[in-house]
Design a protein. Structure first.
Length: 94
């Protein structure tokens, strides 16, 4: 069994919105799609959502699943949900 990771934090998103999860150095651990995505989900290593696209686009109607990333981000973690998708973003602050 894996030990409990006390440094993991999460953000729950369930609306069509732009969410600045964290500003500054952090790591994207995983994205959990809790219900089939209602629209595209785009994740940025940025605070403006206009430049470095770290994950790309998770397509609309992606099924329930856990997507593991384990990537370090230098500017911040921003998630844009085009529809009212129910997702959980797991991250750590570096």
């Amino acid at each position: 069994m894996n030990p409990l990771r006390t440094d993991y934090k999460y953000a729950h998103i369930s609306t069509a919105t732009t969410t600045q999860v964290l500003t500054g150095n952090c790591s994207l651990v995983r994205i959990i799609i809790n219900t089939t995505s209602a629209g595209a989900i785009t994740v940025y290593d940025n605070i403006a959502g206009a430049t470095t696209n770290i994950v790309g686009v998770i397509k609309a109607s992606a099924p329930e699943q856990t997507l593991d990333y384990g990537v370090k981000l230098g500017q911040g973690l921003q998630v844009v949900t085009a529809g009212a998708s129910d997702i959980t973003v797991v991250y750590t602050q570096n």
